[in-house]
Design a binder for this molecule. Structure first.
Ligand code: PLP
Length: 306
């Protein structure tokens, strides 16, 4: 699909982002198994709009501006990286933002919600059951009760326009590689990459949630043509979305000490644990070059005591 012309406001914002880097990871395990592992540091893109957030929002926000909408409505949990990035960018672009927040019993304003409020996002609380129902609305006009001037972005930015921004990320990887690994929530980022990587590269996603077998169908539904270069591993959810274990936390701590690279327990920590475990079990074959995508999300770490 041809890229639509990008609005100058978005280009101006993008020009503030850091040049992109790949960090080589050196760990004894990698040396033993002769694996060349690099992290694509999208976490360093911008202090707030980091990781896959900008990738997914870029063309959606371009659509918002092209249509002339003045308000963006979206949904997320109390530590949502997506709402955090959306509120920040929305403010920079002069857009009003509304966040539909999954309400937990006794929910207090988390550091994430305090940030988004400070960036002008209006918070509206919805029950868990209402939240689940909201997931069915995908198109920008599909939210019941949406008003003229308003634009709906589904949970996590999972919409076909998001795939274009994600594809740009693949073009920035300038060294040859065999395997691209990434964490999956809605698997929108994975879908965008499957079409964009060189044909000899395999894409391996790690589901951050339990019982995520449905993700493969979601990916197939948005791919313009069927590809067999990808897979989603369901074995490293650690009990479910945002669930952790002492083993995972100890792994993250040790990884950070050895590499000086921060991981979050919800997405990138689980992915990196999984990669190391599969290498250790020799389910990832020696001699390969792996690129793992650091999808950012470090603000969400404020919900965990490390
Ligand atoms: C830090 C981080 N990594 C990975 C993901 C998963 O991305 P996707 O929903 O596109 O699979 C998210 C959620 O959007 C995220 O916030």
């Amino acid at each position: 699909m041809a890229n639509p012309s990008i609005k100058p406001e978005l280009l101006a914002l993008q020009s503030l982002f850091s040049p992109l880097t790949l960090s080589k990871i050196t760990l004894p395990l990698l040396e033993q198994q002769q694996i060349d592992l690099w992290l694509k540091r999208d976490d360093l893109l911008h202090p707030v709009v980091s990781g896959n957030k900008w990738r997914k929002l870029k063309y959606l926000l371009n659509d918002v501006l092209s249509i002339g909408a003045d308000t963006v409505i979206s949904m997320g949990g109390a530590y949502s990286n997506h709402l955090h990035a959306l509120a920040f960018v929305g403010q920079r672009l002069g857009l009003k933002t509304i966040g539909l927040i999954r309400s937990e019993p006794g929910l207090e304003l988390t550091p994430t919600l305090l940030d988004v409020q400070q960036w002008g996002m209006e918070l509206r609380y919805v029950s868990r059951s209402e939240y689940r129902l909201l997931r069915q609305y995908r198109d920008w006009q599909s939210l019941p009760g949406i008003k003229p001037g308003q634009y709906w972005i589904p949970e996590g930015g999972a919409q076909s326009l998001a795939l274009q921004g994600v594809a740009e990320l693949a073009a920035e990887i300038t060294i040859p590689y065999d395997l691209l690994c990434l964490p999956c929530g809605t698997a929108t980022t994975l879908a965008g990459l499957v079409n964009a990587v060189p044909s000899q590269v395999s894409v391996l996603g790690f589901a951050a949630l339990k019982n995520a077998g449905f993700l493969s169908d979601d990916v197939k539904a948005v791919l313009p043509e069927q590809r067999n270069n990808w897979q989603i591993n369901l074995d490293y959810h650690f009990g479910g979305f945002a669930k952790t274990s002492a083993e995972l936390m100890a792994f993250i701590d040790s990884f950070e000490q050895q590499t000086a690279i921060e991981l979050d327990p919800v997405y990138t920590g689980k992915m990196m644990f999984a990669i190391c475990d599969l290498i250790d079990k020799q389910q990832i074959k020696p001699g390969q070059r792996i690129i793992a995508l650091h999808t950012g999300g470090l603000q969400g770490k404020r919900g965990f005591i490390l």
